[in-house]
Design a protein around this ligand. Structure first.
Ligand SMILES: *Cc1c(COP(=O)(O)O)cnc(C)c1O
Length: 421
């Protein structure tokens, strides 16, 4: 019975492949445009295969992936060890719900806590869910532990933040595209300038429960705060009994050349959010990591997720974390990232305003005169490099952390050619 079923699936896959190959690129794009919501404007490259830093389109053309699915595939596409963990676990058990225990959850918690020096984990699926979860949790902590009057909790966030797409989260976004026409929004948030520790301290009131911030603002265009900002924020939060929450969904798990970006500032956040690369891109897995009693305020029945902490997710995440360590990907992100950054800085062109980055999270910002970053992304695509423009004038370069110096040389040659054309 079981073999029959897999046989059938295989046949169908062949049929589908045949159909797709016979379709023109235009047909495939038309299908997407006809039947799908138009909430993305992707580059018109149709990918069908990936391995390591490379991806291939339906015609077999190869590209170096410089986006890594917004840093979800830090371990490289289709990493064989994560794939194996996924297949093995999928054969055994995929979902129990948290009504019962499963044998993957405990080991996943322990390994994750040891790796990130955390005390407690709340497993979720998407990044936005981790953010929502921490908002709930820190509010409850505020009422139960800090003693804030009911319904008065305030959370401070930064302008140009990106924390996801739910109503509550876009409600405290400063990006009109993310928020316009989606209200009414959840109250209880205050916005301060990113990188300004004094503004943070001024915004704190007796009702402030948390400060939610990205160590480096990725979606805003790889914005790196002034040296010492996070350390100052940590000190201010401690002084006022405010929970420091770092959204490391993009910066975490090696991307910036440290396991967590907070290490650059020598601090430990009270709460850290991770997601994306936690599964190496195989599956949505996110987590709230807590160093404090904050997660302890959650009692059975107060929060949950059908898929959160499922055995398949745990097995995949365990393998993804193991690969980061076994292959020294954090160290490689630091070294190869420095090499890439220096290489980009060598490109002399008056249209380049700034090249900045940490580890393999790099932004090249152009002056508005250049006419926007997207045109470069198109030209780079033709040269075999996939990257994404963020906020009009910046290209983000964030390849999988398995990239080598030789690969970077290959990329630099093409980037220089396109920028100087
Ligand atoms: C991607 C991202 C999120 C949201 O994650 P999803 O899985 O897309 O919901 C939140 N915060 C940051 C910093 C991100 O980069």
């Amino acid at each position: 019975m079981y073999e029959n079923v897999t046989g059938m699936v295989k046949q169908n896959v062949h049929k589908r492949r045949g159909r797709e190959l016979s379709m023109s690129i235009k047909d495939i794009i038309n299908l997407e445009e006809t039947y799908g919501a138009h909430n993305y404007k992707p580059l018109d490259v149709i990918l069908s295969r990936g391995k390591g830093i490379w991806v291939w389109d339906v015609d077999g053309k190869r590209y170096l992936d410089c986006l890594s699915a917004y840093s979800a595939v830090n371990q490289g596409h289709c990493h064989p060890k994560i794939l194996q963990a996924l297949i093995e676990q999928a054969h055994k058990m995929t979902l129990t719900s948290r009504a019962f225990r499963n044998d993957q959850l405990g080991p996943f918690y322990e390994e994750l806590c040891k790796l990130t020096r955390s005390h407690k984990v709340l497993p979720m699926n998407s990044g936005a869910e981790a953010v929502e979860s921490v908002i709930k949790t820190v509010r409850k902590w505020g009422y139960q532990v800090k003693g804030i009057p009911a319904g008065q909790a305030e959370i401070i966030v930064c302008d140009n933040n990106f924390h996801g797409r739910t109503i509550t989260i876009v409600g405290f976004s400063t990006d009109p595209m993310a928020r316009d026409n989606f209200g009414p929004f959840t109250p209880g948030f205050k916005i301060v300038p990113f990188g300004d520790a004094q503004a943070l301290e001024r915004a704190i009131t007796p009702n402030t429960v948390g400060f939610l911030v990205e160590p480096i603002q990725g979606e805003a265009g790889v914005i790196i705060p002034p040296e010492g900002y996070l350390a100052a924020a940590k000190q201010i939060c401690q002084k006022h009994n405010v929970v420091l929450i770092l959204d490391e969904i993009q910066t975490g798990l090696g991307r910036t050349g440290k396991m967590l970006a907070e290490e650059h500032d020598g601090i430990e956040a009270d709460i850290t959010l991770i997601g994306k690369a936690l599964s190496g891109g195989f599956y949505p897995v996110s987590a709230v990591l807590s160093n404090t009693e904050v997660l302890g305020t959650l009692k059975p029945g107060e929060h949950g997720s059908t898929f959160g902490g499922n055995p398949l997710a745990c097995a995949v995440a365990r393998a993804a974390l193991k690969v980061l360590q076994e292959e020294s990907l954090v160290e490689n992100a630091a070294e190869t990232g420095r090499y890439f950054l220096n290489g980009l800085k060598q490109i002399k062109n008056p249209l380049i305003r700034q090249v900045r980055g940490k580890g393999l999270m790099i932004g090249v910002e152009f002056y508005p005169d250049a006419g926007g970053a997207r045109q470069y992304c198109y030209k780079l695509m033709q040269e075999g490099l996939l990257c994404k423009d963020t906020h009009e004038d910046t290209i983000r370069f964030a390849p999988p952390l398995v990239i080598t110096r030789e690969d970077v040389d290959w990329a630099l040659e093409r980037i220089e050619k396109v920028i100087n054309a």
